[in-house]
Each structure stands twice: as C-alpha cells, then as structure tokens.
Write a protein that binds this ligand. Structure first.
Ligand SMILES: NC(=O)c1ccc[n+]([C@@H]2O[C@H](COP(=O)([O-])OP(=O)(O)OC[C@H]3O[C@@H](n4cnc5c(N)ncnc54)[C@H](O)[C@@H]3O)[C@@H](O)[C@H]2O)c1
Length: 257
C-alpha cells in the first residue's frame, strides 16, 4: 500500500523541480495525485512519467492565481476520486528585485502567486476536508522566510507570510482534524536555481563557500528527493500530533553564520 495508500493529493507546480519530486514520491507511496501546473509541456511529461510508473494521475494546466480554474481543478479531483486528503502548495516563483528599481506590479505578482494562492488553494479544499473530518495542507516555504539573500524582497516577504499563515491555519483548522505544516528547503538543485542549465552547486563560489568552507554542513546542495521525503512524512499517518510547524530541510546551512 505504501505510506500514502488510498490518499488523494493535489500538488501545485508539479511539472518540474520539487513539485515533480513530491508528486512522484506521493505516487510511489500509493497516492493518487492531481498535478496542477501552468506549463503545458512539463505537465504532460510529468503525467506521462508518473502514469508510466503505474500510478493514478489527473493533470490540469492552470495558473494557481486563476482561482476559477483552480476551483474547476478541485471539482475535477473530487469528481475523479471523491475526496481530497492532501494539498501541497508548492508552486512559486521569484523576481530579482531591489527596493530601488522593482515595481509594485512585480511585488503584487510574487505575493499573489507565492502567498495569496496558498491561502486560496486551501480555501478551495478545506470545506471538503472539514466534511470528511481530516486533511493535510503542506506549504513549501523557504529558508528565505527567516535567513535572507539580497534582491528577493517580495519572495522573502511571501515566504515569511507562508510560515505565519501556516501557523494561523493550523490553529483555525485543528478542531476539524486538519493538520497544516510547512517545509523550508535550503539550496536545492532544481531548474529554478540552475545557472546556464547546470546546478548552481557546480559554480566555483558555491564550491568554495558552501562546500569547502562548510557553510552547508552536509557539504552539498539539496536534491528534490531530499525534500519530497519530508513532505511524504507530513502527509502520512506517521505525522499525527504535529501541526503549525516548519520542517527545515537545508543541509544545516541555517545553523551556521
Ligand atoms: N529551488 C530552491 O532552492 C528552493 C529553495 C527554497 C524553497 N523553494 C520553493 O520550492 C518550491 C518549488 O521550487 P522549485 O525550485 O522546484 O521551482 P521550479 O521553478 O523549478 O518549479 C516550480 C514549478 O511551479 C510552476 N509554477 C510556478 N508558478 C506557477 C503558477 N502561478 N501556477 C502554476 N504553476 C506554477 C512552474 O511552472 C514550475 O513547474 C517553491 O515554492 C519554491 O519557492 C525552492
């Protein structure tokens, strides 16, 4: 059966990177997975990949900030399997910004996708979780919520908001048997952080500071599968008495200064 046998999960931003790894690992653990993704090509490839492994998949192309399309996808998932046990709010993006030259439009776009859509996605699934008396909402935050690098003000603010909102939602939804937790990845080898199509960890500056000098105690960049295991735990029955928490998966980088 696997750790998630019989569970129905929605994973946003599932076309590549952490979202794809989470969707794959959920499927490997027995869940049926609805993939929500704005990129049609990566969505199709992800669906084919997970279906080929023998899992049940529903694929919906949408932007998570298009709430009418998101509501349709939730309805389609319910029509497909009759329930939603887990929502993984993973989709996000960043714009390099500085307070001097970034625009209010950029700020609002990042806050909308990275924070507001987390709230709206939850709002769409929570009534169904309340009706069944159980559910898991897992928000992919970032160590940037509390240990910032420069030029990412809107993204960092959104991720800080995701952590705070995770705690608020955990309080509001606890009596309904719905657990709300977050994961904060550190440096991850995903397309979002590639430099010229290659992992940033291959760059001399990364090797020197983060590996050779031990800024990352585990001496390497994280792989998507390092995060997906933590998310499986939070979705599984092994996680029963934990809500409103932030699991940091960063190779120890935020333990150092
Ligand atoms: N890569 C890292 O180092 C890192 C570190 C900390 C946190 N994170 C977080 O992990 C999550 C996944 O990041 P990743 O590195 O895999 O990124 P990624 O860019 O490689 O993948 C993100 C996926 O989400 C999709 N997406 C983005 N905006 C969307 C939208 N509006 N609607 C639907 N789909 C959308 C993209 O098309 C893409 O498939 C994000 O929440 C990110 O903030 C990543």
């Amino acid at each position: 059966m696997g750790l998630l046998g019989g569970k129905i999960a929605i994973v946003t931003g599932a076309g590549q990177g952490l979202g794809l790894a989470i969707a794959r690992e959920f499927a490997a653990e027995g869940a049926a997975v609805a993939l929500l993704e704005r990129n049609a090509d990566t969505l199709e490839a992800a669906r084919d990949d997970i279906e080929a492994a023998g899992a049940a998949v529903l694929a919906r192309q949408l932007d998570v900030s298009d709430y009418a399309a998101y509501a349709d996808a939730v309805a389609a998932t319910l029509a497909w399997r009759g329930k939603i046990d887990v929502l993984v709010n993973n989709a996000a993006f960043s714009i390099q910004d500085s307070i001097f030259d970034s625009t209010l439009e950029d700020w609002r776009r990042v806050i909308t996708v990275d924070l507001e859509a987390v709230y709206m996605g939850a709002k769409l699934v929570v009534p169904h979780m309340v009706a069944q008396g159980s559910g898991r909402i897992i928000n992919i935050a970032s160590i940037q919520a509390f240990a910032m690098t420069p030029g990412l003000g809107a993204y960092n603010a959104a991720k800080g908001g995701v952590v705070a909102w995770t705690k608020s939602a955990a309080i509001d939804l606890g009596e309904n048997g719905i657990l709300v937790n977050a994961v904060a990845p550190g440096f991850m080898a995903t397309p979002a952080t590639f430099v010229d199509g290659r992992p940033q960890s291959e760059q001399p500056w990364f090797q020197d500071f983060y590996v050779e000098r031990g800024k990352v105690p585990l001496r390497r960049e994280g792989l998507p599968e390092d995060v997906s295991g933590a998310v499986v735990f939070l979705a599984s029955d092994y996680c029963r008495y934990m809500t409103g928490q932030l699991l940091v998966v960063d190779g120890g980088v935020t333990c150092t200064f």
